[in-house]
Ligand binder design. Structure first.
Ligand code: ADP
Ligand code: MG
Length: 322
């Protein structure tokens, strides 16, 4: 029995637990119709995961479904937006019902956690690739940006850094990976609630998807300033790092797939933010300070400069003669 595109949509994507009043028309027509409140702005983000490039080919379908949504929700978190709707473009080499079942379960489990309704998409045949677009809402004028960091502000990250990159490195080398680390690679937890807290502060924010140095560099470029990062303070997951430096530091600075938030705020906001983070059980670490001099300076506690192994990033262009 052949399974049509229509069957796939009906079986795996039409049925979902999340019901929202603001979905005027969801899956099944030529397009979705969505109600945006008058005092809100619509925030839209899209990310594609390509098999073999964004996830190892052996990745479980559940994890691919989860991660495809998670990486998008992380972008909304960095904007301070509340997620509302998603669309899904799925390119499949063949119809594999077990795979579809797993994929949909992973996607909908995370969608349910944040009340995100899947309102449409596209299904085509080809090399495995997943594109998700997410939509979220912010109070008008309140979306968080990369721009706006100012010299003297304090620099923070949520969670831990480098876990996913370490896991990927180990997997690629054929080593076994502790379940906690693997979960950080395959099922990232977007910092949605903390993004909503940050929205109250007007912080400069970016989510770390391409590594701390690269993404912090984007924030600094947009803000026309630089930073010192205290590398001995970078948060690492407990347990996994023993015996393998300096690989872990490289992963923390340059690895990808963290999906943590990096932000700068005035000193006066730190106490309130720390309290909110504790309430949400989001670890916060102060990793540096914003400065007028462009570029990123990585320093040890004693002030000595550390030059990261891979200096492929443009952001090091200004580190000279310091
Ligand atoms: P059209 O040919 O008009 O583009 P499709 O046959 O592609 O319509 O899709 C029919 C309906 O199913 C549309 O509402 C579309 O948004 C939805 N849809 C298609 N693929 C998916 C998917 N992978 N996930 C969710 N909704 C989907
Ligand atoms: Mg279509």
């Amino acid at each position: 029995m052949t399974v049509s595109e229509f069957d796939i949509i009906e079986r795996y994507f039409r049925r979902q637990a999340v019901q929202r009043d603001d979905v005027v028309l969801g899956i099944g027509d030529d397009a979705a119709v969505l109600q945006v409140p008058a005092d809100r702005q619509l925030v839209v983000a899209m990310d594609t995961l390509v098999a073999g490039r964004h996830f190892p080919p052996q990745t479980a379908a559940f994890d691919i479904g989860w991660k495809a949504l998670a990486v998008n929700l992380s972008d909304l978190a960095a904007m301070g937006a509340r997620p509302t709707w998603a669309t899904l473009s799925l390119t499949l080499p063949a119809v594999d019902e077990d795979w579809l079942e797993g994929f949909a379960s992973g996607f909908f489990q995370l969608a349910g956690q944040y009340q995100v309704a899947l309102v449409g998409g596209d299904t085509t045949r080809g090399p495995l690739s997943v594109t998700v677009q997410v939509h979220g809402l912010v109070a008008s004028g309140k979306a968080l940006r990369r721009a706006g960091a100012r010299a003297g502000q304090r620099l923070f990250v949520t969670g831990t850094l480098g876990d996913a990159a370490c896991a990927l490195q180990a997997l690629s080398a054929g080593h076994s990976v502790a379940p906690d680390r693997l979960r950080r690679l395959n099922r990232p937890e977007p910092r949605v609630e903390f993004g909503l807290v940050l929205a109250e502060t007007g912080a400069a924010v970016i989510d770390i998807s391409d590594g701390l140095l690269a993404d912090l560099g984007h924030l600094l470029d947009a803000s026309h300033c630089g930073a010192t990062v205290w590398i001995d303070r970078l948060p690492a997951a407990p347990g996994g790092e023993a015996g393998t430096p300096p690989g872990v530091l490289d992963c923390q600075l340059q690895g990808g797939d963290d999906y943590e938030l990096c932000f700068s705020v005035d000193a006066g906001q730190v106490e309130t933010l720390t309290r909110s983070a504790r309430r949400l059980q989001v670890p916060l670490t102060e990793i540096g300070v914003i400065e007028t001099q462009p570029g990123i300076r990585c320093r040890h506690e004693d002030g000595s400069l550390y030059t990261p192994s891979g200096t492929g990033f443009d952001h090091f262009r200004d580190v000279a003669n310091d």
